[in-house]
Design a protein around this ligand. Structure first.
Ligand code: ADP
Length: 388
């Protein structure tokens, strides 16, 4: 723990002391005290405002020891000059007498400490403390600046990455379409005309190109989710979920899924993005089912200025260790033969939700089912804290 008597590391260079003092005896007494306390220092002595400015600019002192009252000048003005010059140098008043009220005023104005000339033995302690505080201030400032730089770099590199993903996936589509269609043509026209191995190879090429197309389309959807401006208008979740279910008709029918939706709120989000979000979650709830027909429920409850939605299923579930990772791009827990997909759906969901200041997470019991929860801001005119 730091105490007021704790010494600080000596500076790499000699300590530069700037004394504002007109009395040579006091100058000497102060310096003697510093030597006695083991300070390795150089000292410059000034008596006027101009000399002080000159010294501050020329030698950039580590500490200023200023008499409160000089014949032509006042020590407190030294503080104003330091502030004006925008230099953070501790200033200790070393003075004959200073009433308590004046002392408090000086401290309030930014003087680091004051030491009476009659009690100079306290000066080293005050200096150690002032220098230690200054060092901490410097370290904090440096840490803050470095953090700000990192945040800026991160934002820039994120933006560049998004831009890259968008351009790459967008521009790759066209040449890939050619590869896919011509390998398909090859397959159709030459199947059975070459040998069996050639048919097999063409089959692999067609399959690979098609897979790459879906990957690139998903990647494009992912980067688009981040590019779209947050909605100005509200979206009625009831209508949105209805459309999502319509888009999922085939898989609902094929799986025999039962989807139960509560009355859902109006939220401040883009209708298409909300649709993407709900469709992804309901689609997953159908896809990751057990042998029996899945039962899925969609609900929402008020949570302050937000609505908390939940999409629950009675499917295969997810173990807790994957609960966070599944929201990353391309992260899947199964092979494509077990369950089709590219592992991008949930990362799009997260991007959409976070764009509106919300959160998304999963609560699950493996083998019993999962509940995906997310929050979105309430639409304008919605009663805060109203229940669903
Ligand atoms: P995809 O569905 O293409 O695999 P997602 O990003 O939508 O990609 O999902 C990532 C992974 O999260 C899935 O591969 C799956 O393992 C797991 N997952 C998502 N939804 C569910 C769910 N409702 N039940 C069980 N596992 C799920």
């Amino acid at each position: 723990m730091n105490t007021s008597t704790e010494k600080i590391e000596p500076p790499a260079t000699k300590l530069r002391v700037l004394q504002v003092e007109d009395n040579p005896l006091d100058v000497e007494l102060v310096q003697r005290e510093l030597r006695r306390a083991g300070f390795d220092f150089t000292a410059a002595v000034v008596q006027t405002r101009d000399e002080f400015i000159c010294q501050v600019q020329a030698q950039c002192p580590h500490i200023v020891l200023a008499d409160y009252n000089l014949p032509q000048w006042r020590g407190m003005e030294a503080l104003a000059i330091l502030t004006h010059e925008n230099v953070d140098v501790p200033l200790i008043l070393v003075t004959g007498a200073l009433g308590e009220v004046t002392a408090v005023e000086c401290l309030k104005k930014g003087v680091t400490d004051y030491v009476l000339k009659g009690a100079l033995a306290r000066l080293p302690v005050a200096m150690h403390r002032a220098l230690r505080e200054k060092k901490l201030r410097d370290q904090r400032k440096e840490a803050e600046e470095s953090l700000a730089r990192k945040v800026e770099e991160l934002a820039r590199s994120n933006q560049e990455l998004e831009q890259f993903a968008y351009i790459a996936s967008h521009d790759l589509q066209e040449p890939l379409r050619m590869v896919a269609s011509y390998t398909q043509l090859l397959g159709e026209r030459y199947r059975g005309k070459l040998d069996e191995t050639a048919d097999k190879y063409i089959g692999y090429a067609v399959e690979g190109a098609q897979r790459m197309q879906t990957l690139i389309q998903d990647l494009l959807a992912f980067s688009r989710a981040g590019r779209k401006e947050p909605a100005k208008a509200d979206a009625d979740s009831n209508a949105v979920v209805k459309d999502a279910l319509l888009n999922l008709t085939a898989s609902i029918q094929e799986s025999g899924a039962i989807v139960v939706c509560d009355d859902l709120p109006v939220v401040a989000a883009d209708r298409l993005q909300l649709g993407q979000l709900l469709q992804n979650l309901i689609g997953n709830a159908i896809k990751f089912r057990k042998e029996h027909a899945p039962t899925i429920s969609v609900k929402a409850e008020a949570a302050g200025d937000f609505w908390q939605f939940s999409v629950s299923d009675n499917g295969i579930g997810i173990s807790a260790e994957h609960g966070e990772a599944i929201f990353s791009v391309f992260h899947r827990l199964h092979t494509r033969t077990e369950y089709p997909g590219n592992g991008i759906g949930l990362s799009i969901c997260r991007k959409i939700v976070e764009r509106y200041g919300g959160k998304i997470w999963v609560e699950s019991t493996p083998g019993e089912g999962s509940t995906f929860k997310f929050t979105l801001p309430a639409g304008a005119g919605q009663a805060k804290g109203a229940s669903a």
